[in-house]
Design a protein around this ligand. Structure first.
Ligand SMILES: Cc1cc2nc3c(=O)[nH]c(=O)nc-3n(C[C@H](O)[C@H](O)[C@H](O)COP(=O)(O)OP(=O)(O)OC[C@H]3O[C@@H](n4cnc5c(N)ncnc54)[C@H](O)[C@@H]3O)c2cc1C
Length: 407
């Protein structure tokens, strides 16, 4: 498949100018690709339209773990994920050169493009991926129409907009992005190796920022197939000269910001290009329209440091594709009233709110220097390191106490 060429689906008779389907998903990033696979597996006719045959090497989420894995398992993607990603299950957490605690639990590291490719590979009919750009949408209570850049058309009962942060398409429908925080966080992604070629002494490591003025939340190091991946998350003015220093002299600047890291890394070097992203927090408005539903980043963006983007989009995919969309399709019409049920879904609302709450919390914990947050920050790390020490002395004891208190 090549970019710009239209790859037709079995739902599309060869050469036809109009492709008719039940559900058209616009955007085959993680949200759209997962949604397409889940719906197609359940027997729905699905067309997934993305302007790129292969997701490019862009910096997005690169590690999956914790409750995200439960959702991948429930949706039937856990084996696919495990087959393309690098597993790890022990993260050493440090601050100011000292161990805070150790997180134990299965996690996986992988480039985002591989994650998306895995999701797309789970489409029961791979030809239902249409490589083309959607240039316009018109919607109604019954049938929705998509115009493609190639001049073709798609008709569907339901359109799922999973176009990520690209807003142009929604704009034409009156869907606007409300900016909640411009330049909320800055992220850097790069891969490192030890200068002597030896492996690092840890499986994965998180190093938290030391001084509020630096605005460093944490540097997360975790294995991917090409080496040790680094994700640095900061709350700092994106125009600050430190950004240029991080791009040009990454190794020295990272150690200047996180001096306690040197003992753990030894001499290291960056072995690929530095990727950099400035995130605006935003949420859509004017999205309640007949026949169209927005999921993933197309609905709300997330703070990368909070690590809630994937959790949010998994809730969107699971609730839409296993609950709402199948019910909507079982009766005629695709009214605004039906669509509103998804936006009022309790799990979805909770995930959206949690994402914004965590974005604000991480920013405050990292960079607020008033007395209240200073105390909170100290208590946060003190609690974690005390818990860790008790756990080391009496393994399992704290878990027993917690479950006894809950009972
Ligand atoms: C730097 C960075 C780090 C992150 N780290 C984390 C993390 O550690 N943990 C976490 O949980 N989340 C993280 N996130 C958030 C997470 O990556 C996103 O929430 C997630 O990737 C969004 O997926 P999506 O499918 O909604 O959008 P995308 O992956 O952006 O997909 C959108 C797709 O739509 C297509 N498209 C757009 N317009 C059109 C059109 N008109 N026609 C056809 N196709 C179109 C695009 O080609 C693209 O394939 C991070 C984000 C960034 C930017």
């Amino acid at each position: 498949m090549t970019m710009g060429r239209t790859v037709t689906a079995s739902i599309d008779p060869v050469g036809s100018a109009t492709i008719a389907t039940d559900i058209a998903i616009v955007g085959g990033g993680l949200a759209g690709s997962l949604a397409a696979a889940v719906l197609a597996r359940a027997g729905h006719r699905v067309a997934l339209v993305d302007k790129r045959a292969v997701y490019p090497d862009e910096f997005r989420v690169e590690k999956i773990g914790g409750p995200q894995l439960d959702a991948f398992r429930r949706l039937g993607f856990i084996r696919g994920l495990a087959s393309v990603a690098c597993p790890y299950d022990r993260v050493l957490n440090i601050r100011e050169g000292k161990v805070v605690d150790v997180s134990v639990g299965q996690a996986y590291g992988l480039p985002y493009a591989d994650l998306v490719a895995m999701a797309r590979s789970q489409l029961s009919d791979p030809s239902s991926l249409i490589v083309d750009e959607v240039t316009a949408i018109s919607s109604s209570d019954d049938i929705q129409h998509l115009e493609l850049a190639s001049g073709r058309h798609v008709t569907a009962r339901l359109v799922v907009l999973a176009t990520g942060m690209a807003g142009a398409l929604g704009y034409k429908l009156g869907i606007r992005r409300r900016l909640l925080a411009a330049g909320h966080s800055v992220s850097f992604g790069f891969t490192i190796a030890r200068s002597d070629g030896a492996p690092f002494d840890f499986e994965a490591l998180t190093c938290y920022g030391e001084r509020t003025a630096d605005g460093v939340d944490y540097l997360s190091l975790f294995p991917v197939r090409s080496g040790m991946r680094a994700n640095l998350f900061m709350f700092r003015d994106p125009t600050d000269p430190i950004m240029r220093e991080l791009r040009r002299d990454t190794e020295a600047t990272v150690l200047r910001l996180l001096p306690g890291l040197h003992t753990y890394l030894g001499d290291f070097r960056v072995i690929d290009r530095i990727q950099n992203w400035v995130m605006d927090l935003s949420v859509v408005e004017g999205h309640l329209q007949p026949g169209i539903v927005l999921i993933g980043d197309a609905f709300q963006t997330n703070c990368p440091a909070a690590g809630t983007g994937v959790a949010r989009l998994l809730v969107d995919v699971e609730r839409l594709c296993t609950e709402h969309a199948p019910r909507w399709l079982s009766t005629p019409g695709m009214s605004r009233q039906k669509i509103s049920e998804f936006y009022a879904d309790r799990d979805k609302l909770a995930a959206d709110q949690q994402s914004l709450k965590m974005a604000r919390f991480r920013q405050a914990l990292t960079s607020r220097d008033d007395i209240g947050w200073d105390v909170r920050r100290r208590l946060h790390f003190l609690r974690r390191s005390l818990t860790h020490r008790v756990d080391q002395m009496r393994p399992g004891w704290l878990a027993q106490v917690r479950s006894a208190l809950r009972a």
